[in-house]
Design a protein around this ligand. Structure first.
Ligand SMILES: C[S@@+](CC[C@H](N)C(=O)[O-])C[C@H]1O[C@@H](n2cnc3c(N)ncnc32)[C@H](O)[C@@H]1O
Length: 264
């Protein structure tokens, strides 16, 4: 429960979530899989609704879109956007994606942009998507390489102090793992499109990337640590990052996998 509340609080505080970058990186999923007019779409963890709204335009008045999320404040923003665009085919539901139980074979397409790793049990969520997808329908989601967002440096700094921090991006952090997890869940026609969105950061900026959503993990041992211990780990992290500095700065990888798979 503690974990879910942490996620809710984190995203409710991000009412400035929308900008060109967050919008573009989400709707880029439509480059790889697009619903047809008249189809029915689920947008899991819709947030500020960028995918849901784009999907609503694609499926048109004869189609329908359901957007689900647990962050009330983001859903309010989505509702305003839906009204401003005069869309009548989108419904928003405030629900934990892991508890949401739609009918079987209900959707032609399920999207989940920048959120799947936040679900503690990925095989289970894939199983539930498989169940509520129609045969021939697709799922389209993004995940990140296991070294994106300097994750490995963060994990390494913790390890130096005897703390095992699970890497949020590990379970879907390589094409092989993505392929394996999806095959286990019975999906086929699996496509994995890598997109490198990384940049070089100045040293201080890279060091400031210690915080953030990375820590939204069910088994985050850092929650229990005293501030003094956190300071020590942060100092090790700063050293790790300093060692990565080149003339161009510190490479901040954002290797995003755009994944599409189908239910046979
Ligand atoms: C990084 S945002 C992505 C939002 C949107 N899909 C996009 O790409 O712009 C992650 C979203 O996942 C939502 N989320 C996290 N865990 C969730 C859960 N268990 N059920 C529903 N939504 C969840 C958060 O509230 C947040 O809106």
């Amino acid at each position: 429960m503690m974990y879910k509340q942490e996620v809710i609080d984190f995203y409710n505080a991000r009412t400035n979530y929308d900008n060109d970058a967050t919008r573009n990186r989400a709707i880029a999923l439509f480059d790889y899989a697009t619903p047809f007019p008249g189809q029915s779409v689920l947008d899991v963890a819709t947030g500020t609704g960028n995918i849901a709204i784009q999907a609503a335009k694609k499926v048109g008045a004869s189609g329908s879109v359901i957007g689900i999320d647990i962050a009330t404040e983001l859903l309010k923003i989505t509702q305003q956007k839906i009204q401003a665009e005069n869309l009548s085919n989108v419904q928003l539901i405030e629900v934990d994606a892991e508890a949401y139980q739609p009918e079987s074979n209900e959707f032609d397409a399920i999207y989940c942009s920048y959120a799947i790793v936040l679900f503690p049990n990925i095989p289970t969520i894939l199983g539930s998507w498989y169940r509520c997808l129609k045969s021939g329908g697709f799922i389209a989601f993004t995940c990140s390489s296991e070294d994106s967002y300097l994750a490995l440096s963060i994990v390494e700094a913790c390890a130096k102090h005897g703390i095992t921090l699970p890497n949020l991006h590990e379970p879907l952090g390589t094409p092989d793992r993505i392929q394996h997890v999806l095959t286990q869940a019975k999906f086929n026609q699996i496509e994995i499109h890598p997109q490198q969105m990384g940049t070089y950061l100045g040293l201080e900026k890279a060091q400031s990337r210690w915080n953030g959503q990375f820590w939204l993990h069910t088994d985050n041992p850092l929650r229990e640590l005293k501030p003094e211990k956190i300071r020590q780990i942060k100092a090790s992290y700063d050293d790790e990052i300093a060692a990565l500095e080149t003339e161009q700065g510190v490479w901040h990888e954002e290797l995003i996998y755009y994944v599409v798979a189908r239910k046979p």
